[in-house]
Write a protein that binds this ligand. Structure first.
Ligand code: ADP
Ligand code: DP6
Ligand code: CO
Length: 341
């Protein structure tokens, strides 16, 4: 029996992916850009055992069995690895796998569990069969969940939309060591599974929102160019402005969807207001917020401002009896590293 264990971190988009040109190959409507967290915080851990003692492929996620055959993305990732393994060590037909994966953060709550989960699964599967090319692993991860292709790389990563399997690829913009002062505070507002999955939410937006087309044609590339320039110049002020505008436009598309989708809640909105209040007080952008498909806030800032931000958030969300926080957990990255075994 061969056993492999891997970990992969989440990534938090500053330019959001929302909508597909091709549902099957997961080719997005537009480019997206994200920061990959360091492993010691939000990550998926996946172990895979490979043996001729197993009579079928089975998987458990957070201790609950998931039927692989009911999830076409899982099937596709496994089948693609099986084909690729033909040119490495091979996958004998009498051998099967057992997959066990756990997230150390809320699953399906808008904190990119699908990104960490599929990056981890594909990385571990590839490791098992000695497939080592990160480009191949990233493209396989994309077939599981679009955002997962970015979690294969550390630092800041751009997923170029492309038009087919070969051209839709993730590339590192800067490594985790090239902007070491950058931090992400993850504020868990609500850890419940969201009502509308990202996959279904973006399908509905593509079918019904006029704003999503406008964004893809007139806004996203400009946001990508502006934020890439800001990243290259380590210009946090501009980085923050584009990040907030992009998050706001993504949630405007959710509202423009019919029926509308509401991922952010009242606490999410009070975090938005708090960040603008702090930025106004300082006279420049100390921090910026971004929200994925869920109510939980991700706040990008520079390391010297972490203490003041945590203090402000804790004070604002402390209940009147002083005992409980509406925000359950705050973690922040110290650096970003790539996935490892
Ligand atoms: P999120 O905002 O957390 O990414 P999504 O709606 O995009 O939410 O995806 C959630 C789905 O991702 C889960 O229902 C599950 O199918 C898949 N997923 C989450 N974590 C893992 C994991 N560790 N391994 C495999 N799949 C996972
Ligand atoms: C709002 O990658 O979860 O987090 O490709 O259908 O699995 P599928 O969707 P997913 O969508 C992520 C949407 C987002 C923005 C982002 O991460 O870019
Ligand atoms: Co997701």
């Amino acid at each position: 029996m061969k056993i492999i264990t891997a970990q992969a971190p989440v990534n938090i988009a500053v330019i959001k992916y929302w909508g597909k040109k091709d549902e099957n190959l997961i080719i997005p409507l537009n480019d997206s850009i994200s920061g990959t967290l360091s492993m010691e915080h939000l990550c998926a851990t996946t172990s895979i055992a490979f043996s001729n003692e197993f009579d079928s492929n089975r998987m458990w996620l957070n201790n609950v069995e998931v039927k692989i055959e009911d999830n076409k993305r899982l099937v596709r990732c496994i089948e693609n690895v099986r084909k690729l393994a033909e040119s490495t060590i091979g996958w004998p037909s009498d051998h099967h796998i057992r997959i066990c994966s756990k997230n150390n953060f809320p699953t399906a709550a808008g904190l990119a569990s699908s990104a960490a989960g599929y990056a981890c699964l594909c990385y571990a599967l590839c490791k098992l069969f000695e497939i080592n090319d990160p480009k191949i692993i990233s493209s396989l991860a994309r077939l599981g969940s679009g955002s997962a292709c970015r979690s294969i790389y550390g630092g800041i990563v751009r997923w170029i939309a492309g038009y087919d399997h070969q051209t839709s690829i993730a590339r590192q913009v800067i490594t985790e060591n090239e902007w070491p002062e950058i931090r992400i505070l993850v504020c868990v507002v609500n850890d419940h599974r969201k009502d509308t999955s990202s996959t279904f939410g973006m399908q509905l937006s593509c079918q019904t929102s006029p704003l999503i087309k406008y964004r893809a044609e007139h806004v996203v590339l400009e946001h990508c160019d502006q934020i890439t320039k800001a990243i290259m110049e380590r210009n946090f002020e501009k980085f923050a402005e584009i990040t907030m505008k992009d998050s706001n436009q993504f949630h405007a598309i959710c509202q423009d969807t019919y029926p509308p989708i509401r991922y952010m809640n009242d606490i999410s909105w009070s975090i938005v207001n708090l960040i603008h209040f702090i930025n106004n007080l300082f006279g420049y952008n100390v921090a910026c917020y971004t929200f994925d498909a869920g109510p939980n806030a991700c706040i990008y800032c520079l390391d010297n401002n972490v203490p003041i931000l945590i203090k402000s958030i804790r004070r604002m969300f402390q209940k009147s009896d002083g005992t409980e926080l509406a925000i359950n957990g705050i973690t922040y990255q110290t650096d970003q590293i790539n996935i490892d075994q």
